[in-house]
Design a protein. Structure first.
Length: 171
């Protein structure tokens, strides 16, 4: 059915590309987001904040969509630019959780969130210009990133004067 490197190119590499962000997200979750629900429940939340149980439902779907979109474009010409955009936003995505939950550097996470949103938008446009479907697959992630930036800003504004909000005693 597959000859030589065809199995690797047509089956294994796409599977790795789709699962990498999911596995990375799970590892970051184990490392950085241990007390997120408890932490989240104690904060004053901005309007339209979803209940805490929504996040572990949404993020695996978004991570999978990132991987699918990347698998669709990663073999195209201009791969360095595509790869750079993709891994930049993915690294920033993982970094936000570490800043916000692990180290409780909430204002730094807010700034990083705005940079992440720009990187996600750039990745979405880059992918769309290479393969429209790949860009369209990232639209929900782009919208969620904008919403997450709003939530980060709202949480910071509403909680910045609360010592528990940035308490690092159990970091």
């Amino acid at each position: 059915m597959f000859e030589g490197g065809a199995l690797m190119k047509n089956v294994i590499l796409p599977i790795v590309k789709v699962t990498t962000p999911i596995v990375g997200g799970r590892l970051i979750g184990k490392f950085a987001v241990k007390n997120a629900r408890k932490d989240y429940s104690k904060n004053v939340k901005p309007p339209f904040s979803p209940p805490g149980y929504i996040f572990p439902i949404v993020w695996p779907i978004l991570y999978m969509s990132m991987g699918i979109a990347y698998a669709l474009v990663s073999h195209k010409p201009g791969n360095k630019r595509i790869k750079g955009a993709y891994y930049t936003q993915l690294g920033l995505n993982y970094g936000w959780s570490i800043l916000y939950f692990k180290y409780k550097l909430r204002f730094s996470a807010l700034i990083e969130s705005a940079v992440l949103l720009g990187a996600v938008l750039m990745t979405t446009i880059t992918f769309f210009n290479v393969k429209k479907l790949a860009g369209l697959i990232l639209v929900p992630y782009t919208l969620w990133s904008a919403f997450a930036t709003y939530l980060t800003a709202g949480n910071w504004l509403l909680n910045k004067d609360n010592p528990r909000y940035t308490d690092k005693s159990n970091v």
